[in-house]
Ligand binder design. Sequence first.
Ligand code: NAD
Length: 291
Amino acid sequence: MTEVIDGNAVAADIRDGLTDAIERLADAGARPGLATVLMSDDPASETYVSMKQRDCEEVGIRSFHVEVDTDAPAGELYDTVSDLNADDEVSGILVQHPVAAHVDYSEVVRRIDPGKDVDGFHPENVGRLVRGDPRFRPCTPHGVQKLLEHAGVETEGADAVVVGRSNIVGKPLANLLARKADDGNATVTLCHSRTRDLAAKTRQADIVVAAAGVPELVDGSMLSEGVTVIDVGYNQVDGETLGDVEYESAKEKASAITPVPGGVGPMTRAMLLYNTVKAASQRAGVDVDLP
Ligand code: NAD
């Protein structure tokens, strides 16, 4: 029997745990707040931002929102970030990617207070993660780790193959899985578009995480029996949402697998809330148990 890992259920557990933490913070006079910043007319970005605000409201996190005109100079976005850095009611800042084409997104991220960088993309936080001492884990890789943990998948000593080397998913996840820690200690192979024989790598893996943005790239013929498959991919093809894994054939081989949708996606959203609560707790100097 293949276990289908229910990301909605795990995310709901995490939100419940966060609600408790938020109440304890409130008792100590600290209320988490997330600021979202949008410099884009892209309807998808607008939807993502409003989903994040709704998620915040549901667990009792305050949300703030700033829109910067897409024609504005980069300095206006920098000033917005500076204001939010200085605002004590704001625990976390998220600048929705992409921003207007004339603005360098990396430069914007560098200007976020690393203690409020709930995406975990600031170079200081990236450096800490690579050193094995993460402050904020980027939300999607962290969500993948939580799914593995909730499914009872042992990472220690496991051969893990991560397909995709992006800065937001593949690279941080590879580092986290290899980290000397209870939820790490895996032997990690990081595959990418220039990997010579992807199937040879994935076939040797105990855990395969697909994050390539290529619909159904990984199928059952590329997997060994009993593998755990985490599908990060989220691709729209002819009005259908497809993962980076060909679900039916992969499920025949896997002992556990995530569906798309309903796997990693809800976890990414939950872990943003997690990072916001963590940021508030650190700012207030109040220790709370995080789920
Ligand atoms: P990206 O485009 O930045 O990176 C893709 C990576 O995959 C690259 O490193 C590339 O080298 C590698 N790659 C591309 N083709 C490949 C191939 N044929 N074989 C091996 N490697 C290949 O993508 P990303 O931002 O990391 O996102 C990856 C996927 O995950 C996308 O489908 C995206 O929509 C999805 N995603 C989902 C969530 C979520 O919450 N569910 C969050 C982030 C990204």
